[in-house]
Each structure stands twice: as C-alpha cells, then as structure tokens.
Design a protein around this ligand. Structure first.
Ligand code: ZN
Length: 437
C-alpha cells in the first residue's frame, strides 16, 4: 500500500468526484448493507455471547483481549469473570484506551496481541474504546497498512488472527457497535490529525446491548451521547445516500430517542428507558453508517469539538438544526422528520414546515438541557472573538472532514463559515437564512 500522509478524502479531485457520485446516475451502483451478525439484547445477553464464544473457540483458542478504558475497568473485569466462570475462557484486559484513539497507543495494544495471541477482541466502552478495538485488529493483522488510505470499499482480508470482534457499548449514542468506521488520531502526522477509517471488515461481529453497562451513566453523559444518536439518525436521514434500509432505521431511531431520552436522563435507573436508548442508538448506528457517513452536523461538530474540546454529542447537536436547514433547500426529506415531531404540513408552505421543525428540535433540546447553540454552552465559554481567532482552522477542519463529502447540498468554505456564525446563537431566523441562501 502506498505511503501518503493525508487522508484520501482530503484529495481535491476525490472531493469533486464524490459530489458528483451523489447524483441519481450513481445511485444503486455501490450500496452494501453492513451490520453485526448477531446483536444480543436483554438481561441474558452477556451470557448468550459467552456461550457462543465457548462453542466457537477450541480449547487452545480460548484467549480474549478485552479493551476497556481505565474508568470502566470494572466492566472489563465483569466480562472477564463471566467468560472464565461460564466457559473457562481466558482473557487479558488492555485498559490504556485514550480518547481520540492515538495511533501510538494502538501499537501498544498490538504488542500485547503479538505476545498473547488472542482469538477474540471484546470492546467494552464508548465510541473511542470500540474504535480502538477496531484499529487494534487492523494493525495486529496488517501492520503495513496506512490508515490514511482506508476507504470503503477497500478490503484487507481480516480475521486470520482475530476470528471475532465483539462490542459491548457502555453509552447509548455513538453507534460504534454497529458501524464499520473508526476515528483514529494519526500521531504519525505533524500536527496529529483525527482521520476516519471506514472499512466494512471492522464492523463488529457480535454485540451485547445490556442495560447493566449503561445504567450508571450520569445525566450529562446520557444527554450528550443521546444527542449524538439523534444527530446520527436525523442528520443521516437528509443525506442523498439514504436508502429504504437506512430510512427505516433513521426514522424509527429518531422517534425512539424523542420518546425515551428524556426519561433516561431524568431517571438513570429506569431500565426500560435505558434499554430503549441502547436499542435506539444501535438502530441509528446501522442507519447512519449505511448511508456511508453521518450528516454535515458531524463535519462541523468534529471541527468545533476538536478545536474547542467540546463533547462530541454536544458539538454535533449544536449543528444539527443548521445541517437540516442548509440541506433542505435541495431535499424534501425534512417533511418526514417533521411528521415525527407531529408537525402538520397541510396548508403550510415548505419553509413554514421547516421552521416548525427547527423550533420543535430546539424545544426538545431545551427540555433535556442540551445546549442549542455555542453561546448556550455552560462548560466551555466560547466568545465570538474566540471563534474568529480560529476561523481558518475551523473551516479547514470541517471542509476536509469525510462527512462533508456526502452532503446533499454542496458545502464550500464560505458556507461552512456562515454555519459557524449562525450556530453562535442559532436563532431560527438565521437558521432559515441558511435554507434561503
Ligand atoms: Zn456521532
């Protein structure tokens, strides 16, 4: 594989090609459906996975690498205990998971694999942990790979050393348990850069959705990760790459999140709400990854969150209304989202329906205490001057983000800046300007 130090989607020629490939002529040319083989749900789900692994692995293959971060080590230990007690499966815990998944720590885990020779990797954690496990598998099996060149569809022929990749999410939002993408920080680059690694083969084989792993999530994290799931579902629904398969997922996930997220935030020990949110985030994960990308709220959110260190779900949530408003000029798909928010379209102009949808989305966000704008952020105070000082960086990061390629409406640097400016307060009139412009 050729050595290159920038990601494929930063190539100007490819950018143009992708905009064109969103045309009707290209629709249906390449549209695989990717998701885990079995997703165990319910109170017996961890036991189910353990029994399956016990049957799958021979006696001398019973070695599992559990990937977990230090704060959640107890969850990793819980899984290790279950494997040992129920099916005498040996395991080792790698707990040096660092947010943003720097490549150099991935190599640390690969060194453990080389010595321990695990046959299964189980990721127990949030998005970073699951992404880390995916990239560990890539580098353990194919050390010569350059992550910058990974794009869907490229194939590496994985699962020669690691037979199975499993995921147990501890948040309800990232959808990483259902996705074939991993975000990794390329520390070989100067400065290091977060790159997307989309590869069908890194979609987990088996998933466990068990509320025992999410019920202790504090309200703020429940809200932030829940907003991420909502952004996946709604943001991907308006994308050109949508299919009937992604539609059923994205619409249902939106409906479920509106119904269950407020309860999960309010009463963390409401197991029904926790289970529904785990399911909703998973469904949204399948929905957005099969449209090939998340929406442009993710390009903007990746840039803003990366530069100002704001939580991923909170960041993408701030740009969700703008993403829908901006793209609705060229797509009618917002009508279906409006329906979920119980907005009647009869007798209303197109822009009136959109306005009602944006208002309803902001009302929902206020109800769950999600910041609706940059100004409304409480944990990090960011002024207009701070934004202005980072203007170039914010624009370039968003413009060179993989999700920008899949925008339904072409997105250039001046429009990106306009959206950033709008998001400072996210006034409805300003959001509508993005639609009209
Ligand atoms: Zn996300």
């Amino acid at each position: 594989m050729s050595k290159r130090d920038f990601a494929w989607y930063e190539d100007p020629d490819l950018k143009n090609l992708y905009i064109k490939s969103a045309s009707n002529a290209m629709r249906g040319y390449h549209a695989p459906i990717v998701h885990p083989k079995i997703t165990f749900t319910g109170t017996n789900s961890l036991t189910d996975l353990t029994i399956l692994l016990g049957a799958y692995l021979t006696e001398d293959e019973k070695r599992v690498l559990i990937v977990v971060d230090k704060d959640l080590r107890k969850f990793g230990e819980k899984v290790a205990k279950k494997l040992k007690e129920l099916r005498n499966i040996d395991s080792r815990i790698f707990d040096n998971v660092i947010p943003e998944v720097p490549l150099n720590t991935v190599r640390e885990a690969v060194a453990i694999c080389e010595e321990y020779d695990p046959k299964v990797i189980i990721a127990v954690g949030g998005g970073s942990t699951m992404d880390m496990a995916k990239v560990i598998m890539i580098y353990y099996e194919k050390p010569e790979v350059n992550v910058n060149t990974m794009m869907a569809p490229s194939y590496l022929g994985l699962r020669k050393k690691i037979f199975l990749l499993c995921a147990i999410p501890t948040t309800s939002g990232t959808g990483a348990e259902a996705s074939f993408n991993a975000m990794v920080t390329n520390t070989d680059r100067d400065p290091p850069k977060k790159v997307a690694v989309p590869l069908y083969e890194i979609c987990p084989d088996y998933v466990v959705l068990h509320s025992d792993f999410t019920k202790s999530m504090p309200p703020y994290l429940t809200m932030g990760t829940g907003m991420d799931a909502l952004a996946h579902a709604m943001g991907a629904y308006v994308l050109q790459g949508s299919t009937v398969y992604t539609d059923i997922h994205n619409l249902k996930a939106t409906e479920m999140i509106l119904e269950w997220l407020p309860r999960a935030i309010k009463r963390g020990n409401d197991l029904e709400a926790r289970e529904q949110m785990l399911m909703a985030a998973f469904i949204a994960g399948v929905g957005f990854i099969n449209t090939n990308a998340a929406g442009i709220e993710h390009s903007l959110g990746h840039s803003f969150g990366g530069i100002f260190h704001v939580h991923h779900g909170i960041s993408v949530g701030i740009f969700l209304a703008a993403s829908i408003a901006y793209q609705s000029k060229v797509t009618d798909r917002f009508y279906d989202l409006a329906k979920i928010f119980r907005i009647e379209k009869e007798g209303k102009h197109r822009d009136q329906v959109l306005r009602k949808l944006l208002e309803a989305l902001q009302d929902f966000m206020k109800k769950i205490n999600a910041p609706i704008s940059i100004k409304a952020l409480e944990k990090t105070q960011i002024s207009k001057d701070d934004m202005e000082a980072k203007k170039e960086e914010l624009i370039n990061y968003a413009f060179n983000d993989t999700c920008t390629l899949f925008s339904t409406r072409k997105l250039d640097p001046p429009q990106i800046w306009k959206i950033f400016e709008t998001a400072y307060e996210n006034k409805i009139d300003d959001l509508m300007e993005l639609y009209y412009m």
